[in-house]
Design a protein around this ligand. Structure first.
Ligand code: 5AD
Ligand code: SF4
Length: 434
């Protein structure tokens, strides 16, 4: 049996895609290995979202090639967004044998067979239909508690800075029957939490089933299965979705709602198609219906022509919303995007970085304030396993997605436990069994 090793970069969708790839390869006689040195096939499932994500992969390709000394017929493969974006440029290096885009994974066994005859292989065809709906992913997470389920692929939004519509193609929703079936399989295998994944879950639509209906169907699979989802688009998150979250006790009260910028001119240039006021209106509706809902975000600083005052609007919307957590980035120009064609990337790196640090500093304070508001409260958390720092402690998340740690020698991964918050850092709630 040939052994395959895969490294995964980028988003949760990529993690789930790697699980799909392992499933496809397993059906063709390939075994998974976690030891790179014993692999016959080494692959990276890649991300193109920012230039630094791609730079890291170039370094890994060189590293993978060092294993050719010991194994002359080693196959090195590049999967995912960078494969889709760079295509032949990857093969031209002479360091890569297989290039396969996000919709080409069913062809991997055939590509691998063909490579054995000595020719590099590429399939970067994008599809309007492929959802891998019939494939049961081989779960690669270790805890056996939490699983990803992709509910759609691609993206039709075309935000001006974003490479994803080009690397993952047009949006398509997966048949809900296969989604519900996969959630049932997760329960049978002992999973306690599923996260429904899509670039824009709020635009899920298969026949007459929209995202709110799908959420309800998955919530009905089992009352002890927690349901999460990511990512919501502020222009599309509906009252129906918010009300469905409130109605089902096993749907976690957490919404990742990327704001990107707090300034209307920049939002317009980003083609986000909502205003600051609209965004704040959505946050108000969420809080009115679910006062305990965790709200997290993504933001980009230093987008083309962003002035200091416009950046201050991002700071002020962070302050106004009081996010529980955020991912924050310097703008990185991506070739082929609308922004790269229309607007110069004109904010100097030192200015971007200064703005980024200011935003991160603000968010650290907001995260700490958010955690302090939870002091003394009791939460039901799902145990994920031992805490990273201390074997005598367990860790798990609240419904609102905050990480808790507490001393515990009686429970195990997959248990639901009630904990009381005694103390906190900006990243963690320090708890005891309640
Ligand atoms: N530069 C910087 N950050 C980006 N993101 C997407 N495209 C870019 C880019 N070109 C960020 C957005 C998105 C997150 C996944 O990555 O904030 O929500
Ligand atoms: Fe990276 Fe976006 Fe592709 Fe995910 S979809 S791997 S975040 S470029």
């Amino acid at each position: 049996m040939k052994k395959v090793y895969i490294e995964t970069y980028g988003c949760q969708m990529n993690v789930n895609d790697t699980e799909v790839v392992f499933s496809i390869l397993a059906a063709h006689g390939y075994a998974r290995t976690e030891e790179i040195a014993e692999a016959d096939v080494i692959m990276a499932n890649t991300c193109s979202i920012r230039d630094n994500a791609e730079q890291r992969i170039w370094g890994r390709i060189d590293y993978f090639n060092t294993f050719r000394k010991a194994k002359a017929d080693l196959v090195v493969g590049i999967l995912g967004c960078m494969a889709e974006r760079l295509k032949d440029a990857l093969l031209d290096t002479g360091k890569v044998n297989i290039v396969a885009g996000p919709d080409a994974y069913r062809s991997l066994p055939a590509l691998l067979d063909a490579v054995c005859e000595g020719h590099p292989q590429m399939n970067v065809e994008l599809s309007r239909e492929e959802t891998y709906g019939d494939i049961s992913p081989v779960r690669i997470d270790k805890n056996g508690v939490s699983a990803f389920i992709s509910i759609m692929r691609g993206c039709n939004n075309v935000c001006s800075y974003c490479v994803v519509p080009y690397t993952r193609g047009a949006e398509r929703s997966r048949d809900y029957h296969t989604i519900v079936r996969e959630a049932c399989e997760c329960v049978e295998k002992g999973y306690k939490e599923v996260t429904l994944l899509g670039q824009n879950v709020d635009s899920y639509l298969y026949e007459d089933v929209n995202f709110a209906k799908l959420l309800e169907m998955v919530a009905q699979v089992s009352p002890s299965l927690r349901v999460r989802f990511s990512t919501s688009h502020p222009k599309d998150i509906s009252d129906e979705v918010i009300d469905t979250m409130a109605a089902w006790p096993n749907i976690c009260h957490h919404i990742h709602l990327p704001v990107q910028s707090g300034n209307d001119r920049i939002l317009e240039k980003m083609r986000r198609r909502y205003s600051r006021e609209w965004y704040l209106g959505r946050v108000a509706r969420i809080r009115q219906t679910m006062p305990d809902c965790g709200i997290t975000t993504d933001a980009i600083v230093g987008f083309c022509s962003e002035t200091e005052d416009e950046f201050r609007d991002t700071l002020s919307i962070f302050e106004e919303v009081g996010y529980d957590a955020a991912f924050m980035f310097n703008y990185s120009e991506r070739p082929g995007t609308l922004a790269s064609k229309k607007y110069p990337d004109d904010i100097p790196l030192d200015v971007k970085t200064r703005r980024l640090n200011e935003l991160i500093e603000l968010q650290n304070r907001l995260s700490l304030e958010s955690n302090r508001r939870d002091l003394g409260k009791v939460f039901e958390v799902l145990v994920e396993g031992p805490s990273k720092k201390n074997d005598a402690e367990l860790c798990g998340r609240t419904g609102s997605n905050k990480m808790c740690v507490w001393a515990d020698s009686t429970h195990k991964a997959g248990d639901y436990v009630k904990v009381r918050v005694n103390d906190c850092t900006s990243a963690t709630l320090l708890c005891e069994l309640a």
